[in-house]
Design a protein around this ligand. Structure first.
Ligand SMILES: [Cu+2]
Length: 175
């Protein structure tokens, strides 16, 4: 019995180690990326045009990713956001949008409400949680949205397609 117990113990330690390594690996990569590149490529290249409009391009793909995770603008500034889906998958299986949430809106709570709003492109109807949002698009499509930057602060943005917000999220930093 003792030998069986020890064997089980050893195997569970090995499995345990395997899991830890798998979980830590992506984190290390992220940290290294930040160290080697002083200017994060994930920060938006906000282009302010002659009219003072902040133009921002976010690209999304079939791998459930936004290429931009940080957007910096000034309060009261008009933002013209363009969302491009560079993938091939359709809107019903790999749809993406960009939803800017008000302060103190919990992402997981909002995501549950959004999931129930399938008939409204996963935007809860009559919600007060949303500042502005693009429409939902599929691979090869592009959409854009204009809105006025809210009061100074940090706001979350996500894709509200079911299961996407964990990977597809970023911060709107209003100064
Ligand atoms: Cu998405």
């Amino acid at each position: 019995m003792k030998q069986v117990f020890i064997a089980l113990l050893i195997s569970s330690i090995i499995i345990g180690c395997g899991k830890t390594q798998k979980q830590e690996a992506p984190l290390k990569t992220t940290q290294e990326t930040v160290k080697t590149k002083k200017v994060s490529t994930e920060e938006s290249n906000v282009v302010v045009d002659a009219n003072g409009v902040a133009n921002v391009l976010i690209q999304s793909n079939d791998g459930m990713r936004f290429d931009i995770r940080k957007i910096k603008v000034k309060s009261g500034q008009k933002i013209r956001l363009t969302l491009k889906h560079t993938g091939k998958l359709g809107k019903k299986i790999m749809g993406h949008n960009v939803v800017f949430l008000r302060k103190n809106v919990k992402l997981s709570t909002f995501a549950v409400k959004a999931m129930a709003a399938k008939d409204n492109d996963y935007i809860p109807e009559e919600t007060e949680d949303v500042i502005a949002h693009t429409k939902m698009i599929g691979g090869g499509e592009t959409t854009s949205l204009e809105f006025i930057a809210p009061d100074a602060g940090t706001y979350d943005y996500i894709c509200s397609f079911p299961g996407h917000y964990g990977l597809m999220k970023g911060k709107l930093i209003v100064e």
